[in-house]
Design a protein around this ligand. Structure first.
Ligand code: NAD
Length: 298
């Protein structure tokens, strides 16, 4: 298929790369030139703008930081037209970013007015999953669009879920990431407590993994440096899933809770922890660096 891929960051780059490897014809665009060049060297075609990338394609995939970027791309910003204003043909629109369900519904409704299918398709699985092509896609949108998207998503992911109507993918993803934020901070807290009381972090991790404290953060994303080979913690928390993005997702969970009169005391606590960690200058580190917050003064 002819696919446009917009947003080649920590996640988008390996996802676009897997589409190229699967034999799709992929045209890429990012605001960062070096990101475009890296994909070009892997066989993608370059475009000088999102509009140029989207010209004549069957599918457009976006992987951008937050809702403002996604709305800017599709609806336009500062008086400039968005993709929806300039598209030729009827490409399927797939946004894999994590944004608010309301923003997804806004873009979805504008797309529907122009006769286009829009899917919110946020992902889970991290940079490792993006590289390995084993991401989980959590899709909101109409069933026909979902079936059309499935073969494309299967080139980048292993588990493809249809969560419901437009926005439902984001609701499910936000619930998942609220839980992840709670699990990561809880894991960091337990490790810090054990180490302060004489435990070796690797030994403690192994014990908890085989006990009732086992969870994804501990099992595959250990936040203590040196415990897990290849983890973000073992490369000084560089790359991965940024603290600022986790803080954003916990903010989305908080908004969702406010709007639905839900109580999320654990999620609120996690949001405050990641916001504090970011305010201390760690927003650009992987989110497992929340471990540092528990090691202050060491
Ligand atoms: P990132 O910051 O590494 O990448 C975002 C990319 O978008 C950057 O390369 C940036 O230059 C580009 N960009 C921004 N505005 C643009 C525009 N108008 N046109 C073209 N390119 C533009 O972020 P990421 O880690 O790749 O995450 C992307 C999304 O996926 C976020 O919503 C995040 O919450 C979500 N997510 C991330 C992870 C992870 O582990 N990193 C996991 C699941 C979901």
């Amino acid at each position: 298929m002819n696919i446009a891929f917009i947003g080649l960051g920590n996640m988008g780059a390996p996802m676009a790369s897997n589409l190229v490897k699967a034999g799709h014809s992929v045209t890429v665009f990012d605001l960062v030139e070096s990101a475009i060049q890296a994909l070009e060297s892997e066989g993608a075609s370059r475009a000088e703008s999102a509009e140029a990338a989207a010209r004549g394609v069957e599918v457009i995939i976006s992987m951008l930081p937050a809702g403002a970027h996604v709305k800017g791309l599709y609806l336009g910003r500062d008086g400039a037209p968005g993709l929806l204003d300039v598209l030729d043909g009827k490409p399927l629109l797939i946004d894999a970013s994590t944004i608010s369900p309301d923003d997804a519904r806004t873009v979805g409704a504008a797309a529907a007015e122009r006769g286009l299918s829009y899917l919110d398709a946020p992902v889970s699985g991290g940079v490792g999953g993006a590289r390995a092509g084993t991401l989980t896609f959590i899709v909101g949108g109409d069933a026909a669009g979902f079936e059309q998207a499935r073969p494309v998503l299967e080139a980048m992911g292993k588990n493809i879920f249809h969560a419901g109507e437009t926005g439902a993918g984001q609701v499910a993803k936000i619930c998942n990431n609220m839980l992840l934020g709670i699990l990561m901070s809880g894991t960091a807290e337990a490790l810090a407590l054990g180490v302060k009381n004489g435990m070796d972090p690797a030994v403690l991790s192994e014990i908890m993994k085989q006990s009732s404290g086992g969870n994804w953060a501990l099992n595959v994303y250990n936040p203590w440096p040196g415990v897990m080979e290849g983890s973000a913690a073992s490369r000084d928390y560089q790359g991965g899933f940024l603290t600022d993005l986790m803080a954003k997702d916990l903010g989305l969970a908080w908004e969702l809770a406010l709007g639905s009169k839900s109580s999320v005391p654990m999620g609120s606590q996690a949001r405050n922890l990641f916001a504090l960690h970011s305010a201390q200058g760690h927003g650009g580190l992987d989110f497992s660096s929340i471990q540092k917050l528990y090691r202050a003064g060491e």
